[in-house]
Design a protein around this ligand. Structure first.
Ligand code: MN
Ligand code: MN
Length: 265
């Protein structure tokens, strides 16, 4: 069961309201790499995870992501505090309070930069920063631990990058401190998922079928200067055979003959 502890996981600081930044921050509330998507991704994966210890870790991280969602919600509310959007519901009367008691210009100007949060009545709405509603389509679980953990590692990397870009965009020390905590936790989650993947022996390729071993190490070099097959073609692609890689690639430079087949009608 979930219990509501009214302490935050980390003290949320916002030094001054900034509705335009609140709009950007919505990306981490209801966006594809945001906290709700992360919580739902790990929550659903946890119930599909056969290993009890990994299941427990997934559900723990899902719970922490909900704590992050709570922090982002508080930051959004503080970023909108005292702004015209906060006052909209205070205004009474006729046509939107006779155009918001003379604050129409400020409201209109702010709305251009923060529609999603203003129309949420000054609170967070479950959209991304462009107003697209949150969708379960952001949860890309396939139901195989080694495939899902790879997806989780990538999801944490993306969440880290979104926080990094938000931090660089902000000039508010309190906001930067809050987001730096959230960004750092996504780094920690990425490490946890990497460790969980390492704990699965023979985790590549995902699933049970090994694939066609003849084709599993071939790199089709299909990038050329000039015309391949006319003597002038020079391969320009990334030469994987020269890389110090565990996979042992073999180069196939002939794009015509590497997978001979016939068209049959
Ligand atoms: Mn998070
Ligand atoms: Mn995370």
């Amino acid at each position: 069961m979930f219990l509501h502890n009214k302490k935050m996981m980390y003290t949320v600081r916002v030094d001054r309201p900034n509705p335009a930044f609140a709009k950007l921050l919505l990306e981490q509330f209801g966006g594809p790499n945001g906290e709700l998507a992360a919580a739902m991704r790990y929550f659903t994966q946890g119930w599909n995870e056969p290993d009890q210890k990994r299941r427990s870790m997934l559900l723990d991280i899902a719970t922490e992501e909900l704590s992050h969602l709570e922090m982002v919600a508080q930051a959004l509310t503080m970023l909108l505090k005292g702004t015209p959007s906060d006052q909209v519901d205070e205004v009474e009367g006729g046509y939107l309070g006779d155009m918001l008691d003379g604050k129409a210009d400020a409201y209109a100007a702010m709305s251009l930069h923060s529609t999603e949060t203003v129309l949420g009545g000054g609170g967070p709405r479950l959209t991304d920063s462009s107003g697209n509603p949150w969708t379960a389509g952001y949860v890309d679980t396939i139901g195989n631990p080694s495939a899902d953990l790879r997806s989780d590692i990538a999801a944490e990397a993306r969440a880290k990058m979104v926080y990094e870009r938000l931090i660089k965009t902000s000039d508010d020390p309190g906001v930067k401190d809050t987001l730096n905590f959230l960004m750092t936790r996504e780094i920690a989650h990425q490490k946890m998922f990497e460790a969980a993947l390492d704990s699965i022996a023979d985790n590549f390729p995902p699933g049970n079928l090994p694939g066609d071993q003849k084709m599993a190490h071939a790199y089709f070099q299909d990038s050329y200067e000039g015309n391949p097959g006319e003597g002038s073609g020079e391969a320009t692609g990334f030469d994987l055979t020269q890389q110090n890689s565990q996979w042992g690639f073999e180069l196939d430079q002939d794009p015509v003959t590497h997978a001979p087949s016939e068209i049959r009608l």
